[in-house]
Ligand binder design. Structure first.
Ligand code: SF4
Length: 328
């Protein structure tokens, strides 16, 4: 019996970029290995590659039953959340945590066969590639309350399907998916009139350190921002990327205060109704994170407060029970 080796799961364990050494998570390692073993740089987004990227994305969209290419970006018009930034804002919406793998498993056989064919790979390749977590640092608490993390049944609705196409495109052809992202970021900056006139939400529903996998995107992107579950030492802020660290149930109250004292901004979910956020918590100022998605609005050293959200009372209750949502 032969042993099947998944060659995308081996390779570099860390990369050096932005003056830091980053230990790679499984999803980041797979992406970088697929890119040939090195982080993606902007010189790879040649007009020919961008053109090929659009052609493959269009073919993938058609394979999924769409008449033309699906939207690549979520923006301030299509997303009320991004619209709260009050400035043109864009990003790519993927599936959170392990939802891509769940969605792929739930897809019907005809859909799976067509998507694999459009990506010139096998369904087994996609089983493996999509079997990783897109949120390497996710916890039970954040998954329980994550608005983008849903359960899947036999059929996929349009939003879930389009996210799955993007997930598959990134995991099988990151060279093309990144060229497409760079092309769209360039257009966003050109339309807005400058890098500081728009925003790039680096992670909308994943927690991949794209600045590590693809530092070249920062060369053409508007000012970037993100919420992340990585710790400050694992995902330091860099020029062009503003980061808010999201406290989860593993953070103690002291961890939060200490991180703010060190000049970081920390997102904390409070178990309070909407518009009832405290203005101070444990002698640390609380900025209203529900009022804007533009993290450049919040000064260093503050808690970015968020009122607990959830489609059902059970979800909110689970967030409080796990300690993810804290008493104000
Ligand atoms: S890390 Fe963020 S996006 Fe991922 S499951 Fe947790 S809350 Fe959702």
């Amino acid at each position: 019996m032969s042993t099947v080796i998944d060659i995308t799961s081996v390779g570099r364990a860390s990369v050096d970029v932005h003056g830091h050494t980053y230990k790679l998570s499984p999803v980041e390692r797979r992406l970088i290995n697929k890119l040939g073993g090195a982080p993606w740089t902007i010189d790879q987004a040649t007009p020919e590659v961008v053109s090929e990227a659009w052609a493959v994305w269009t073919a993938l969209s058609r394979a999924a039953g769409y008449a033309s290419a699906s939207r690549w970006f979520t923006d301030h018009v299509t997303s009320p959340k991004l619209g709260k930034a009050g400035i043109p804002t864009v990003g790519v919406t993927l599936h959170a945590a392990r939802s891509a793998g769940d969605a792929w498993k739930a897809a019907d056989s005809d859909f799976r066969a067509k998507i694999a064919a459009a990506l010139n790979c096998t369904e087994t390749d996609l089983d493996t590639a999509l079997g990783v977590s897109f949120c390497p640092m996710a916890t039970m608490g954040c998954i329980a309350g994550c608005v983008t993390n849903c359960s899947y049944h036999a059929s996929l609705d349009q939003t879930q399907k389009t996210r799955l196409l993007r997930d598959a495109f990134f995991m099988m052809r990151p060279d093309l998916a990144l060229a497409l992202t760079a092309d769209q970021l360039r257009r966003t900056v050109a339309k807005a009139g400058g890098k500081d006139k728009a925003r790039w939400r680096v992670n909308i529903s994943d927690d991949i350190r794209w600045e590590v996998v693809a530092p070249g995107l920062l060369d053409v992107a508007p000012l970037g921002y993100t919420y992340t579950k990585w710790l400050p030492e694992e995902r330091p802020a860099i020029e062009g990327l503003s980061i808010v660290y999201s406290a989860n149930e593993r953070w103690t109250d002291t961890d939060i205060v200490d991180a703010c004292d060190a000049g970081h901004r920390v997102a904390v979910v409070f178990d309070v109704p909407k518009k009832k956020l405290p203005t101070e918590w444990n002698q640390t100022p609380v900025a209203d994170g529900d009022s804007t998605d533009d993290l450049y609005e919040h000064p260093a050293g503050v808690i970015v407060g968020l009122a607990v959200k959830g489609r059902t009372g059970e979800i909110k209750e689970a967030m409080a029970r796990t300690g993810f949502a804290r008493a104000a």
